[in-house]
Write a protein that binds this ligand. Sequence first.
Ligand SMILES: C=C(O[C@@H]1C=C(C(=O)O)C=C[C@H]1O)C(=O)O
Length: 385
Amino acid sequence: MSFPTEKQLRDRFDRSEHAVYFATADKRTRYYGFGVREEKFGADFQDVAAWAREQRYPVFGGFSFDEQSVADSALMNGYFVLPEVLYDITDQYLWGRETDPFGAPTPIAGPAITSQTDEQDWPDRVQTAVDDMQKNSNHQKVVLGRQRQVRLTGKLNLATLLADLATQQPNSYHFVLKRGDEAFVSATPERLAKVNRGQFETAGVAGTIRRGTDEAEDARLATELLQDPKNLQEHAYVVETIVSRLQDVATLTLPDGPQIMKNPQVQHLYTPIAGQLNGDNTVLALAERLHPTPALGGKPVDWAMATIQTIEQHPRGLFAGPIGVVKPDGDGEMIVGIRSMWLKQRTATLFAGAGILADSDVQAEFEETGLKMTPMMNLLKEQDK
Ligand SMILES: C=C(O[C@@H]1C=C(C(=O)O)C=C[C@H]1O)C(=O)O
C-alpha cells in the first residue's frame, strides 16, 4: 500500500469513530491515529506511564486539569488511546495493520453557528480574586478561565477543521482527539515537557498583548510587553517555578530574559528552557512534576487551585491540562491544552484564561481571553462556507 495523502488522512479522520491528530509547533513531528486498540481512562500519571510502557508504539491523550469531573464526557476527565493504526507522517511509517481502503469521501458542508453564550459576569468574579490579592500579598498569581458555549446546526467537518488549523494557526501545536460524539481540539503555543534521549525541553509562556495592525504597531506592542511590569512579573513566576521544580532532576539552560512569541492573534513573553536529565526521567514524570505551572494555575499553587475551583463556573477537563504523545520508552512530548475547545454533539465549548495579579484590570483580562478564543472561533466560522 502506498502512503496515504494528507487529504485522504483528513477525510478518514472525519469518517472515523475514533481518531487522533498530533503535530508539533514546527510540524517536524506529526501523527494520525485511527481506531482504538486500547484505551485508558483517568488522571493518574503513573498508571498511564506504566500502561504506555507496555505498548508497541506511541499512545495519545491527556490528563484533566484538576480532580473536578466534567459530566457526560469520556474524554475530558483524562483519556489516552493506543490507536488501531498509527501513521507517523515524518517517518512515513505505519504502525498496526491497515484495514481501511481510504474510500472516496462524501463532501459534507460544515454546520452554522446558531448561538453563542459567554460568561458575562466573569469580570465581576475575577474582581473578587483581585481584591483578595490586594489584601494578601502572599497570593501572587491565579490564572482564571472562562468558557463559551457555541451551538451549531450539526456536527463539525473535522477534515475541514484539520485543513483550517494548518493554514490558520501555522506555528502552534495541533492536537485533535476524537472519541465517538466527542472531540477535544487545541492549537496551543505551549510546551509542557519534551523528552528525547535524556534531553528535555520546556518553556515559560505567560504575559500577553495583542498583535498590531501593521508591522510598526506590532513591534511597538512587543516592546511594550517586554517592558510591562505586570506581564514581566507573571512571566517570572512561571520561569522561577519551572526552574525550582526541575532543579534536582536536570541541568538547565535558559536565556537571561524573556523573548517574544508571536501567534496570529496574540504575542506572548516566552522563555525556552532546555536541559540534560540527570537520571531516567520520562516525559510523564516531568509533566507530573511541572503541572500545573503558574502559567495555568498560579502561585502559591494550593491557594490558586482552590481559587480556580471557587471562581470558575465549570470544571476545566482537558483545558489547560497536559496533553500529548507518549512513546513506550518514556520519551515523548506533553503540551498544555489551551487555545482549545471541546466538541460534543452540536455544542462547542471554548476555553480561555488569563493570568491575574493584584494589579490586573479585569476588563482588559476579559478582552484578552476573548482574543485567546479567536483561533477556535475562526475554525467554527470557517465551517459554514
Ligand atoms: C490560560 C491561557 O493562557 C495562558 C495565560 C497567558 C497570560 O495570561 O498571559 C499566556 C499564555 C498561557 O500561559 C489560555 O490561553 O487560555
